[in-house]
Design a protein around this ligand. Structure first.
Ligand SMILES: O=C(O)Cc1cc(O)ccc1O
Ligand SMILES: [Fe+2]
Length: 454
């Protein structure tokens, strides 16, 4: 039983909304109840669950998935979800696109970079504020992803949402977000991320007013922790730093809506009560959050610049070993100590497609132009690397140990090409001079082994 403070909400029986607790661990089999005795023991489906609750299974994998990837939770709720999912009508969220986005895509064969999206002027909640930048793969085939940015200035009050098309990895950049979900409440600040499983009902409140950030919508197999190989049993992201909320419910008997994303289109249904009515649950299919500052980077401690896969927080497998549907990678503060080494990222061309964002500070491959809240896209096989100023600086730097501080960039990297939405291609914040950052890279070859460093 969770230790919770006295009840304070629309219902005398709901759990206080300002004292949220979390359970540590990644993919654990959790159990949690917000009323004593609400969770059945030793079985899932008693003839009459305590408190008159309904038992409901939420499956995140096929019933017969192997043990390591088999995910489901049992929810004990005031009304079964079938009472929430009735008479759907079409709903419009025109800025949220899905792959394949044939009618709306733009040629994306360019290195691209954007300044941050402006905050919205009209009232905009989290789901209304989602603007798709790129789509990749195919939502119907359950492969690929979409990279979205969001801007929001309003709470979801009576509106709730679930996404049947994939899980959502949310990366706040400005403003904390409070995710009130069926399975509990998560408060997520910039510098933290959270994952909302496919099908989970939630709404979002803004903790600090106007908010901005990024969302990766994963159409494929769920994010999991990468294997560490020879690194061993510790470092990178550690399982105990992932936090899943304890059960929380409200008993709100006033009109609410549920908006659903399903195969790329949106639908709405009206119900007479809150769908956030799960009093207790157990299982391993659940939302979680993670504080990026708890990532323990492991890197080169003598020479050279390793591949960025060393900074993978979460990976969504594609079925082909070593070829991720999506890798979620961060570039956290760290010591740079490599000797006789060009320390920033090397110039490269990559079969994977890289969408990047900056949560705060400065990114070491770009001296200017990549600002917090900004985005960049380096698509499949398109060359990129440090800008000319960064190259110059790093090539001449005194290679003493240096701490890279005040920085937190991230990458959504996918095996699929990322196709731009028309929205992304026509944004005012698209930098039309991005490729000029490489113009001043000089020819230094002059036939001598030293090259021309004048
Ligand atoms: O392109 C980028 O900035 C991301 C990146 C960083 C790095 O250290 C190595 C490869 C890579 O794609
Ligand atoms: Fe790259």
């Amino acid at each position: 039983m969770n230790e919770m403070s006295p009840l304070k909400s629309t219902s005398p029986r709901a759990v206080a909304a300002n004292n949220f607790a979390y359970m540590p661990g990644f993919g654990n089999d959790f159990e949690t109840e917000s009323l004593p005795g609400a969770l059945p023991h030793g079985m899932n489906s008693p003839q009459r669950p305590a408190y008159g609750l309904y038992a409901e299974q939420l499956s995140g994998s096929p019933f017969t998935a192997p043990r390591g990837t088999n995910e489901r939770s049992w929810l004990y709720r005031i009304r079964p979800s079938v009472k929430h999912h009735q008479r759907f009508q079409s709903f419009k969220l025109p800025a949220w696109k899905s792959a394949p986005n044939a009618a709306d895509q733009e040629l994306s064969l360019a290195q691209m970079r954007w300044n941050p999206l402006p905050m919205p002027i009209g009232e905009t909640n989290f789901i209304e504020g989602i603007r798709t930048m790129t789509t990749a793969g195919d939502v119907f085939g359950q492969a690929g992803m979409a990279a979205h940015a969001y801007v929001a200035n309003a709470d979801m009050v009576d509106d709730h949402f679930f996404n049947a098309d994939g899980e959502l990895l949310v990366v706040p950049q400005v403003g904390g977000l409070r995710f009130m979900t069926e399975m509990g409440v998560m408060e997520v600040q910039p510098g933290e991320i959270c994952v909302l499983p496919r099908g989970l009902v939630f709404k979002v409140e803004l903790m600090d007013g106007s908010s901005r950030g990024y969302v990766c919508e994963n159409y494929g197999a769920k994010f999991t922790m990468p294997d560490r190989g020879p690194i061993g049993a510790n470092c990178l992201a550690n399982p105990r730093d992932f936090k899943t909320p304890v059960a929380w419910f409200e008993e709100k008997e006033t009109p609410c809506r549920i908006i659903v994303k399903w195969c790329g289109s949106f639908h709405v249904t009206e119900i007479g009560h809150s769908p956030l009515d799960v009093v207790a649950w157990h299982g391993n299919y659940a939302p979680y959050k993670y504080d990026l500052s708890t990532f323990s980077p492991v890197g080169a401690i003598l020479f050279d610049h390793p591949d960025p896969s060393i900074f993978t927080v979460l990976t969504a497998p594609s079925g082909e070993e070593g070829t991720a549907n999506i890798d979620f990678v961060i570039f956290p503060p760290r010591w740079l100590v490599a000797e006789n080494t060009f320390r920033p990222p090397w110039y490269h061309r990559n079969i994977m497609s890289e969408f990047m964002g900056l949560i705060h500070g400065q990114y070491d491959a770009k001296e200017e132009g990549f600002v917090p809240g900004g985005m960049s896209l380096h698509n499949m096989m398109l060359a990129h690397g440090p800008d000319a100023t960064g190259f110059e600086k790093a090539s001449r730097a005194d290679l003493k140990p240096v701490k890279l501080e005040n920085t937190m960039a991230f990458m959504f990297e996918t095996r699929f090409p990322q196709l731009l939405t028309r929205y992304a291609a026509s944004l005012d914040t698209l930098q039309d001079n991005y490729i000029d950052c490489w113009t001043d890279l000089k020819k230094r070859f002059n036939g001598t082994p030293e090259g021309d460093w004048s």
